[in-house]
Write a protein that binds this ligand. Structure first.
Ligand SMILES: Cc1ncc(COP(=O)(O)O)c(C=O)c1O
Length: 387
């Protein structure tokens, strides 16, 4: 059988993420929430924003939740509050989405890339320590952005130890991990500042762009709130710092509140899908490494395989979508190349970019669809091996 043979033809295509199935389930709640906003008309900083901020803070076990316009803005606001700027080094994994890196440049600081752990995909704390030592004569180590890649929290205990030694502010990029836990503590309280995203495809998404910050620190919270609102102080026209226009829309807050009514159930469903995939695929590809310490939010289910591109093509021929998160590490992106050290500088990240493949992952995958996806991976793997 060849990769595109008719025998491998799929039945119907399946979605990578199924927001429609979720909407069908919670339509009445979403519609009612949105209708309420349309009725009261407070589209900017309406009551739903404050309501959501309280729920987020409570879930995270911290004192402050702050809505903002996107996950990218949340990271930028965190860096601005940490006063990262010219002459400062901000450390972050080379294997991440570009938003984690671009905000460092927007803030005026210099990104210093760090390699990742080959099993858990998150920042390698030993390499972090090495990179801090490397740049210390030239730059002031200021912050580390720890990305909870694919939904699994980074090792915040180890990060805290390094951060304490070098005076780094730890910022959790929890765009993919809100809802996850580490050592039974929720994402949101694992770092001094946590930034998350409500991009629609995230585990907890809205219907547009949105994001939020969480912190237990009253001063940081006040600063981040001020930055979100043009840097305002005690009054609207009392401007105490340069800020942003980064508010979470009331309508988007209403959507997130509606989705929170089923969020725990959805997290459990994601875990079930991941377990089914693991059980079925662990003999034929490298499945995500589990951790006794962390409970992932399973934003993505990402396997590793040496024949990644051929496998993705063979899956596509069977109507199974897959995605490569991410095809190129940050230090080899043209935009960041001058900060990167070139090929070979972060070998694990480079190898992962060649071998990772994410399979469909959402809470509404039923048994027969999971079975179809796994059967397709098995068949595609055999086909690729025989080619
Ligand atoms: C790891 C990571 N950081 C940051 C972001 C940025 O979030 P947003 O798209 O809401 O700006 C994303 C999402 O796209 C992400 O995956």
């Amino acid at each position: 059988m060849t990769l595109n043979s008719p025998q491998a033809a799929p039945v119907s295509p399946i979605p990578f993420v199924d927001l429609q199935a979720q909407y069908v389930r919670i339509k009445e709640i979403v519609d009612a929430r949105m209708a309420t906003v349309l009725d009261h008309g407070r589209f900017i900083m309406g009551p739903e924003v404050g309501e959501l901020e309280t729920v987020l803070a409570d879930r995270a076990g911290v004192r402050h939740g702050i809505g903002c316009a996107s996950g990218t803005d949340a990271l930028l606001i965190a860096l601005m509050a940490a006063e990262a700027g010219p002459g400062d080094a901000v450390f972050l994994p080379a294997f991440t989405f570009t938003a984690s890196a671009e905000v460092v440049l927007t803030a005026g600081a210099e990104p210093v890339f760090v390699d990742v752990d080959p099993h858990g995909y998150n920042i390698d704390v030993v390499d972090l320590e090495r990179r801090v030592a490397e740049v210390s004569g030239r730059l002031r180590p200021r912050a580390v952005i720890a990305v909870d890649l694919f939904g699994s929290p980074a090792d915040y205990d180890a990060l805290e130890a390094v951060a304490d030694r070098h005076g780094l502010v730890v910022i959790a990029d929890a765009a993919q991990s809100f809802g996850a836990t580490r050592r039974d503590r929720p994402v949101g309280c694992l770092a001094p500042i946590t930034a998350t995203s409500f991009f629609p495809a995230k585990p907890l998404g809205c219907y547009g762009d949105g994001g939020a910050l969480m912190t237990d620190d009253d001063d940081l919270a006040a600063t981040m709130r001020s930055i979100c609102a043009h840097g305002k102080g005690s009054g609207k026209y009392d401007i105490v710092r340069a800020g942003l226009n980064s508010r979470l829309d009331t309508l988007q807050a209403a959507v997130v509140l509606a989705k929170l009514t089923v969020f725990d159930d959805e997290l459990a469903a994601r875990r079930r899908v991941a377990t089914c995939y693991n059980d079925r695929l662990e003999q034929i590809v490298k499945v995500p490494a589990g951790s006794n310490d962390a409970q992932s939010a399973w934003a993505q289910y990402t396997i590793q395989t040496t024949d990644r591109d051929a496998l993705a093509a063979a899956l596509k021929a069977r109507g199974i979508p897959s995605a490569i998160y991410y095809p190129r590490p940050m230090h080899l992106q043209p935009a960041y190349a001058k900060f990167g050290g070139g090929r070979g500088a972060h070998p694990v990240s480079e190898q992962l970019c060649e071998s990772v493949l994410s399979l469909p992952m959402h809470p509404y995958l039923d048994d027969s669809t999971i079975d179809r996806i796994c059967a397709a991976v098995e068949a595609a793997k055999r086909e690729v091996a025989a080619a």
